[in-house]
Design a protein around this ligand. Structure first.
Ligand code: SAM
Length: 246
């Protein structure tokens, strides 16, 4: 049987992952043997008596900087726990933006991921240079730590693993899947469920008539119209969404 994707998360706050990742689709995927994750507290690797992992920045200024040694030792130790080479990822607002295609390429190509969550002002640049991680950002805003970004990344990858979604759910029909003209990535169409009428609002007739081809065509048209109205940038170039992955 295929081994589960192994994800190691290096963090100063290991306790916050399980309540989120243990629920819903990621929790189900773990039960199904598709993925496993392990959190490691970087603080355990501090080689000073106060378990310090951060210090004041050279040159002055506010905030603290995560020191090289604890993170370096932590990465080396965690990587030695499994013979598979890990794709190292540092969550940072300065990284490449996380997109559906990033998630797709990591889901398709990784057997093992090692995610590093920073805190404070960030991490001493020298250990980043030494580790040479792939650097990924979850958006152009700054969060307090890399834990929530790591969970975003994990969720976006795990739902793409074959078998992670139930029979009735399909990642290929979600927003940003490769489904549009010229291989573009479209937003999803609107969805409706019972009752047929709610507060005077009705469901589009085409969805009630039972003609599968018409439903398919209507949905596709809605996807294109929504994308044109809300995210024209996705349709702007035929190449949108078809960029090369490493
Ligand atoms: N001083 C850093 C800067 O301006 O680039 C921000 C540090 S931030 C307060 C602390 C940590 O949160 C970062 O080391 C990173 O791990 C994480 N983080 C914050 N925003 C993020 C984002 N948009 N994407 C990924 N990680 C982020």
């Amino acid at each position: 049987m295929h081994r589960p994707l192994r994800i190691d998360i290096l963090t100063l706050f290991p306790e916050i992952f399980e309540p989120v990742l243990g629920a819903s689709i990621t929790g189900r995927a773990r039960k199904a043997g598709l993925v496993e994750w392990f959190t490691t507290d970087i603080r355990r690797y501090a080689d000073n008596k106060h378990n310090k992992v951060d210090d004041r920045p050279f040159g002055g200024g506010p905030g603290m900087v995560m020191m090289c040694q604890p993170l370096w030792d932590c990465v080396r130790d965690v990587e030695s726990q499994d013979e598979r080479p890990a794709t190292r990822v540092l969550l940072t607002p300065q990284g490449e933006p996380l997109t559906q295609s990033t998630a797709e390429s990591l889901a398709a190509s990784s057997e093992r991921l090692l995610l590093i969550a920073g805190h404070y002002e960030g991490i001493d640049e020298r250990v980043v240079e030494a580790l040479e991680p792939r650097e990924i950002s979850v958006g152009d805003y700054v969060l307090s730590g890399g834990e929530i970004p790591a969970m975003l990344l994990i969720d976006s990858i795990v739902r793409l693993l074959p078998g992670a979604l139930g029979h009735d759910e399909s990642a290929s029909e979600d927003s940003f899947a490769l489904s549009g003209p010229g291989g573009s990535r479209l937003l999803d169409c609107p969805h409706y469920t019972r009752p047929r009428e709610w507060q005077g609002r009705t469901v589009p007739e085409v969805l009630l008539a039972g003609d599968h081809q018409k439903v398919h065509d209507w949905r596709h048209q809605q996807m294109i119209e929504r994308t044109r109205a809300r995210r024209p940038d996705l349709l702007a170039g035929e190449q949108a969404g078809t960029e090369e992955h490493d």
